[in-house]
Design a binder for this molecule. Structure first.
Ligand SMILES: Nc1ncnc2c1ncn2[C@@H]1O[C@H](COP(=O)(O)OP(=O)(O)OP(=O)(O)O)[C@@H](O)[C@H]1O
Length: 772
């Protein structure tokens, strides 16, 4: 099969020698397909076959990462996503589905190093050998190398049901930490691309995770399954040309993430842009016509009211309404008469000069039409004036989302946009967060996307007429679009030489970040969906108006406070395009909900501690069942606040000698200037260890990472050190849920360093005196 793929690549290149246009297209398509195939075959080569089914019919099936056939098309290995492989994941002793023995093969390269059998139908076994040493549990205990691995060989039945769930509508998957939600979502992407390649391959699949650490953590899974075509993005990377890698403190995040911000931003884009002139002054036939600020503001409102769409595209309408108002002003101030006498005087002067030279006199140009001066002439003359075009560019600038956001760092501007939707302290807090060079946050990205959808692309030129005839072309630049206008009659073959990339570059030059088309996807996977704010749901909704969705979440881990509002925003995002008429509601899209119940990450010892935190956060919730016992008890220690940092570091150093894989030191969020929330526990101590988290791991190997609780979402480590859990719990009303995330990251070792005795007891730690 590899040789075939290589031959196809060669054949593709050979075809291009035909030299026709079509042959180049064929070459690209053929070489692309063959290269993908060759790549998938290379990737699948390691551990190609991982399963074997012995059926009651005596048939033997091998299950692998990809399907393999002989040149006669006889099946040697069945792709794990094919229907014939389903029994491998679904058969149980209660429902053997015709399977007598299921065997999992573990290989390194081309060598089988381990086997594990399940006898599903002992009555039919008839002398079959059965081997097994708990390879599945051993695979769960393996060392973490910092990147997630695929689980094709050990997908469990309840997980398989999610992976193979119907491709339409929405799949909602819930489960406690470590139940494999992320793993399952990624395998589902591979499944969808395999079974519905045409549908999902062409319009694309988007996988969204909470942050870059997370996307880096999972990025190898799909390629290892031979799927390189899905787009993987963090919530900070969804908008072109901007990136966020920091979180807002909880209170700011709450304000910026609420749906009210959509209204605030809508008002912001209709406000007078910074630096816009307050007066328009043009001269026609010696008559000065001006529009002052109140009139201009009314016109601006009218443009917004009428255009209701993209603000940038409305510049043409703005020009029309300005001209209209100027004309009305012109007639109000008695301009037509003045203009007529000015024009009459001008013609008379010329005629006198011409007569002196014995030349024919000028025709009297009719200034009136049906008794009125010609409005069209007025407009044409005004449009040509620099005073008008310069005004238009400054008064209705083509705006970029980032400029609008930064302009709201001015509290008075934000106050106008906020109206009564934000209170005074919120306004100051939010405005300050956008000032100067303050870094963009995850919530800001959703706001920029909202602004982008409000501002839209600049308008396309109205006509393809030569530049000379277009009133909006000034000095070779279309003032509506900012685009350079090339004379189309000049060297037409030059157009053949511009590539699409160049054209794209040119269109981008108009205004970076505005012209970019927002991509839409055929399927969107949202991981850690419980944390999305309503504004983030709106951002995703715009990318999936025709998409089907896989939503993966654990409400118990949610840092987002108003889950109901987030739910409503999610429903809108999933609902697809708005119905054209109210009477015709959009048909309800199918929805399937699943629950994953087994915790494959934590040892039972660590799961017991996280269950205690869960009980504090949500007394009614039930934890997932952990399946692996390690014999290693978590350490929960009472530490004096000044010693937190040194103890955390010492704990990490000790863990370095105990585990071969990754160690996470998980600290609270950076301190915020707002007052902390009251919780079950005393006021947290002064921030100490986590204010300069980089120092905690200075000089330690890379496998030790320091990260704050929100950055730890979705990740896992062999060992975790949780610093100041009481502060995590106190930092927001959802603090205990955030802590639940932190304590459920480790696979083997968990060390918790608290400064509060009450906390120590609640987590089941040793009383003081007995602990270090
Ligand atoms: N069937 C399985 N076989 C082997 N390992 C598995 C299986 N299912 C899950 N795992 C492993 O369990 C760990 C947790 O999985 P995953 O990160 O997908 O859980 P999660 O539910 O997304 O957790 P969280 O809610 O904390 O993000 C991973 O290391 C994953 O590889």
């Amino acid at each position: 099969m590899r040789a075939d793929a290589q031959a196809m690549i060669r054949e593709g290149y050979r075809q291009s020698l035909a030299g026709t246009k079509g042959s180049l297209v064929d070459r690209d398509a053929m070489v692309h397909q063959a290269a993908l195939r060759a790549q998938a075959l290379d990737v699948a080569d390691d551990g190609l076959v991982f399963g074997r089914l012995d059926l009651a019919t005596l048939e033997v099936r091998y299950i692998g990462r990809i399907g393999v056939r002989t040149s006669e098309h006889d099946s040697l290995v069945i792709d794990w996503r094919a229907p014939a492989a389903e029994d491998f994941y679904r058969a149980t002793p209660e429902d053997p589905r015709g399977v007598v023995r299921r065997r999992v093969l573990h290989s390194r390269g081309h060598t089988v190093v381990d086997l594990e059998d399940d006898l599903l139908d002992p009555d039919a076994a008839d002398g079959m050998t059965v081997v097994g040493d708990g390879a599945f549990l051993a695979s769960l205990a393996r060392t973490r190398e910092g990147a997630m691995r695929d689980i094709v060989a050990t997908i469990q039945r309840e997980q398989d049901e999610v992976i193979r769930a119907p491709a339409d509508g929405t799949i909602l998957v819930r489960g406690a930490p470590g139940t494999g939600k992320t793993a399952v979502a990624l395998h589902r992407v591979a499944y969808l691309l395999f079974r519905h390649r045409r549908r999902f391959g062409s319009r694309g699949v988007l996988v969204v995770g909470p942050n870059r650490r997370f996307t880096a953590y999972i990025e190898r899974v799909l390629p290892s399954l031979g799927e390189g075509s899905a787009t993987l993005r963090s919530l900070g990377d969804l908008v072109e040309s901007v990136t966020a890698t920091v979180h807002d403190p909880p209170r700011l995040a709450r304000i910026k993430g609420a749906e009210t911000m959509a209204t605030v931003l809508r008002r912001a884009v209709t406000d007078h842009p910074p630096g816009a002139p307050d007066q328009l002054r043009v001269v026609f036939k010696g008559v000065v016509v001006t529009l002052d600020r109140p009139r201009l503001d009314r016109i601006r409102n009218e443009v917004h009211r009428r255009s209701r769409g993209s603000v940038n595209a409305a510049r043409g309408r703005a020009a029309d309404l300005l001209l209209d108002a100027l004309w009305r002003r012109f007639t109000d101030v008695g301009g037509p008469d003045a203009a007529e006498s000015a024009e009459g005087a001008e013609t008379a002067l010329w005629n006198a000069i011409l007569a002196e030279d014995g030349l024919a006199s000028l025709d009297e140009e009719p200034t009136r039409e049906n008794g009125e001066p010609k409005r069209t002439r007025f407009e044409a003359r005004v449009r040509e004036q620099r005073a008008f075009t310069d005004f238009l560019i400054a008064w209705w600038p083509i705006r970029r989302p980032l400029d609008v956001l930064r302009s709201l760092a001015d509290p008075s501007r934000l106050r106008r946009a906020a109206a009564r939707d934000l209170d005074t302290t919120d306004i100051e807090h939010v405005a300050a967060s956008w000032s100067g060079n303050s870094p963009l946050t995850y919530q800001d990205i959703a706001l920029l996307d909202e602004l982008d959808s409000l501002l839209g692309s600049p308008p396309r030129p109205r006509t393809t007429a030569p530049a000379d005839d277009d009133p909006f072309v000034v000095d070779g630049v279309n003032i509506l679009t900012g685009e350079e206008v090339v004379d189309e009659t000049w060297e037409p073959e030059m157009r053949e030489l511009t590539t699409s990339i160049e054209r794209l570059e040119r269109s981008r030059r108009v205004d970076d970040g505005v012209v970019e088309e927002r991509p839409e996807y055929a399927h969107i996977v949202v991981d850690e969906a419980q944390d999305l704010s309503p504004m983030q749901w709106r951002m995703l909704g715009r990318r999936g108006r025709h998409a089907s969705w896989t939503i993966v979440e654990d409400p118990a881990q949610s840092a987002w406070e108003d889950l109901d509002a987030a739910r409503r925003a999610m429903e809108t995002a999933l609902g697809g395009p708005r119905p054209r008429s109210r009477r015709k509601p959009t048909p309800q899209r199918p929805r399937h909900e699943y629950e994953l119940t087994t915790n494959y990450r934590n040892s039972t010892e660590i799961a017991a501690v996280s269950a205690r935190v869960l009980a504090m956060a949500l007394p009614d919730a039930s934890p997932a069942r952990a399946v692996r016992t390690s014999g290693i008890d978590p350490q929960i220690r009472l530490i004096a606040p000044p010693d937190l940092a040194t103890t955390a570091r010492a704990a990490a150093e000790e863990l370095l000698t105990q585990v071969e894989g990754t160690i996470g030191i998980i600290v609270p969020m950076p301190p915020d200037d707002e007052p902390t929330q009251t919780t079950l526990f005393d006021t947290p101590p002064e921030p100490a260890a986590w204010t300069a988290p980089d120092h905690l791991a200075e000089g330690l190997p890379d496998r030790v990472q320091v990260l704050n609780v929100l950055e730890a979402k979705g990740l896992e480590f062999d060992a975790a050190v949780i610093v100041a859990p009481e502060t995590v719990a106190a930092q927001s009303p959802r603090g205990l849920r955030v802590l639940y995330v932190a304590v459920s990251r480790a696979t083997q070792y968990l060390t918790i360093l608290t400064t509060e005795e009450a906390f120590l007891k609640s987590l089941g730690g040793d009383p003081p005196g007995r602990s270090g």
